[in-house]
Ligand binder design. Sequence first.
Ligand code: 3HC
Ligand code: NAI
Length: 650
Amino acid sequence: MPIVSIAREGDIAVVTIDNPPVNALSQALRQALLEAAETLDADPDVRAAVLLCAGRTFIAGADVTEFGKPPQPPHLPDVIARIEAAAKPWVAAIHGSALGGGLEVALGCRFRVAVADASVGLPEVTLGIVPGAGGTVRTPRLAGAVAAVELATTGKPVRAPKARDIGLVDAVVGGDLRAAAIAFAREALGKPLPGPASRRAVEVPDPAFWTGQEAAIAKRARGEIAPLKALACVRHAVEAPFDDAMAFERETFLALRGSAQAAALRHVFFAERAAPRPAHLAGVAPLPVRRAGVIGGGTMGAGIAAALRDAGLPVTLIERDEEAVARGLANVGAIFEGAVKRGRLTDAQAADRMAGISGTADHAALADVDLVIEAVFEEIGVKRAVFAQLATACRPDAVLATNTSYLDPRAIAVGLPNPGRFIGLHFFSPANIMKLLEIVPVPETAPETLATGFALARSLGKVPVQAGICEGFIGNRILKRYRAGAEALVRRGVAIAAIDAAMRDFGFAMGPFEAQDLGGLDIAFLQREGARAAGRDTPETLGDILVRAGRKGQKTGGGWYDYAPGERKPLPSVTVAELIAPAVAGGETLPRAAIADYLVAEMAAEGAAILAEGIARRPEDIDLVEIHGYGFPRWRGGPMHLRGAVGTQR
Ligand code: 3HC
Ligand code: NAI
C-alpha cells in the first residue's frame, strides 16, 4: 500500500493514509498529503474529499522519532494550511485517536466526523512541547478558549461525543465510517459551506480567566515548562490575529522541542512503550489467565485483588480463618467505596467488582485458578507453608507468584514440585493505583511463566519491569541508597527540612524524610533488624535511633519531624536534633540544587551497579521503576536519563 492513496466514490474522493503502526506524520506522509491536496484540487470531477486512516487509529500525531533531528520540509503547518485552503472541502473521518498533529490535520479539514469510541486531544504537553501546527490556534476558534485551554494544558484527550458537544467534531457517526463520512460530505455539499477554522471568530475571556489558569497550572504541573507555554499560546491565539498566533505557537513549539524536559519526556514515552513487550520474550506465548487467587487480604492482598477485579478477572481471596476472610473482603470493599467517593466508579460498578470476588479459608477453592499471588506476612516460614499448600491445591500448570519485597524468591520456591511456574510479582502500594510491577523470575522460571507476568501487567494497565534477585530488587535497593545518601547529608549537618525542600523543588511530591514519616519508619527498621539477626552487615542508621526512641512517624506523633495532634504539617524537631546530635559532625549548608544533584547521583550510581550486576536489563527500566514506583518527576526522565547512561534517544 502507498502511504497515501486516493479512491473515488462518484464525485467524492477518499484519501486513505496507511502509515503503520499509528499513521504518524513522518516527512514522507506530510509530502504525500500535500501532493494529494494538489491532485484533488486539479481534478474537476472531485467535489469533496474524505480523509480516512487505515489500521488501528487515525493520525496519532507528529512522528516523535523525528524530534531529535532538524525539522524537514514540508512542515506540518504548511501541509494543514494547504488542506484548509483546498478548493474542495475535506472531511476528516476519525477512528481510534486523533492526537496532536493528527487533530491539527483534522482541524484543517472543513469538517470532522468520528465514531463514538474515537478520541481527540492535544497531548503535546505530555512530551514537553506545545502543539506546533495550529492546535492552540484553531481549537479555540471551534471550541472556545476554555475548552482549548483544558485540552492543550492537560494533554488529556476527550471522547467523540464530548468533542461534538464542545464543537470540535461536527458529527458522531455509527456503522461503517467510510460510508458515513461520504454520506456526510454529500449532505454538506448541498448546503452553504462554513468558513475554515482559521477564519472563525473567537470570544476573548477576561484577564482573570488567564491569571486563574496560570495559578492552577503552576500548582498542578509544578516544575513543568510546557503547560504554561501552552496556556500562553491559547491566550495569544484568542487575542492576536490568526497568522501572528500561528507564528507564536510555532516559535514556542520549536524552542521546546529541543528542551531538556522534552528530551526527558520522549525518553519516558519510548521506555514505556517498549516495557510491556521485551525483546527477549518475543515469540513466547503467555499462559491464559482467566481466574486468579490472592493469598492474604491485608494491605497488599486487598489492593492486588482490587487491581485484578478492575481488569475483569474473577478472584478467590484466601485468608487464615473466617474472621480474617471477612476483614480481607472488607479491605477490598473499602478500596471500591473510596473509588466511588472519588467519582472513579459508580455504585453499580463497585457492586459488580465485589460480586466477582469470593473469600474463603479453604484452599480447595483454588483448584481451578490459573494464577495465584501470595501477599501474606513477610516471613519465610509463613510463605513457604503457603506455597506448600498451593502446590497441592492448585493445578500443576497454575502460575504461583509471590509479592515479597525483600525475601529471596529462590528461598520461597524451595521444594515446589513445579518451580517453572513460580515467579515474583512485586506490586507497589496502593497496588490498585501504582503503575509499577517488578517481575522477578527465579532461575527455574519458565519463559512462558515470565511472559505471563508481562501479559498480566498489560491487562492490569501496569508498567512491567523485569528485575533480578538482590535485596530490594531494583526499586527498594535504590530507595535504600537514596535514604542513606540523605542521612549522610544530615550527618554532615545539613538540615532535614532543607533536604526535603530540595527534593520537593526537584519535583518529588515529598522529600525522603517526610515520606518516611508518612509511611512509617518501622518497616525498614524491622527489615534491617532481620538482616542483623541473619548476620548480614547492616550499619546503624539515624532512622534506627529514632525508632528505638519510639519515633516511627506520623502514626506515633513524630518521626523525623514533630506533628501537632491531628496535623500533618512537619515541624522541625528539637528532640530529633538531640537524639542524632552524637552522629552529626559539622554544620554544612548546601544550596538546594546541590542537595538534589547529590541524591540523584546516588540513585544513579546504585542504578549503574544494578545494571552492571544484571539485576536490571536496561537503564530505561530503572527510570520507569523510579517514575512509576517512587514518584520521581516524569519530566526529569529518571536518574539514569539524567546521568546520561541511556544515550541519545532515537
Ligand atoms: N510517533 C512515532 N511513533 C509513535 C507515535 C508517534 N507519535 N505514537 C506511537 N508510536 C509508536 C510507538 O512507539 C509504538 O512503537 P513500537 O510498536 O515500535 O513499540 C507503536 O507506535 C504503537 O504505539 P502504542 O503501543 O502506544 O499503541 P496503542 O495502540 O496502545 O496506542 C496511541 C495508540 C493512543 C495513538 C498511542 O500510541 C499514543 O498515545 N501515541 C502518542 C500520541 C502523541 O503523543 N501524539 C502527539 C505527538 S506530538 C505532535 O503531534 C506535535 C504536533 O503538534 C506538531
Ligand atoms: P499485611 O500484614 O497488611 O497483610 C498480610 C495478610 O496476610 C494478613 O491479612 C494476614 O491475615 C494474611 N495471612 C498471613 N498468613 C496467612 C496465611 N497462611 N494464609 C492466608 N493469609 C495469611 O501485610 P502487607 O503489607 O499486605 O504485606 C504482604 C506482603 O506484601 C509482604 O510480603 C510484604 O513484604 C509485601 N509488600 C508490601 C508492601 C507494602 O507497602 N505494604 C509493598 C510491596 C510488597
